[in-house]
Write a new protein. Sequence first.
Length: 200
Amino acid sequence: VLLIAAGIPWSQLLAAVGLTIPFAALAVYKVGYIQDRIASWLDPAAHARGTGFQIMQSLIAIGSGGLTGAGLGQGRQKIFYLPEAHTDMIFPVIAEELGLLGAMGLIACFGLIFYRGLRIAKQAESTFSQLLAVGLTFSICIPASLNLMVATGLFPVTGIALPLVSFGGTALVTDMLTLGLLAGIPAWSTLKTGGNHEMA
């Protein structure tokens, strides 16, 4: 993302990506658990008692939440069925307890972080500040997107937690430091230039 934001030629970027494809294919061919994850992602129902168990239980939790959910703390999937419900699979728990409205509200919060982060980058005074804002924004939004896609079956299981939501003290501190740095970029730019620029 930072290479793209910095203006790297697309030909160089595509060449670098192309060089990684054979190694990725070799990893999939050689490493058994990667094959299992991809197979369970493509057809989780066929692996419901094995590698597809987690994603099937995730989809059940999301679907059982309905529009408004079972109520905060009233979800059942997290108790007996959904593995890693407090970390990687916290989104299905939220969807079950708060329903579609709560799940969409959570997604909207990450959308707001994405929008405000890019706005801060656009208004930043220096190239360094712009790239810093972009990097900080995507360091929150990319893991969030991957986690949400895994929980809804749109991406193979990766083991990535949901920023700011999943259990974990160190990760939470790191995420809050990231947002603090991001929010401080406009103020830092204003102090550096001595002007009164609009705060993002």
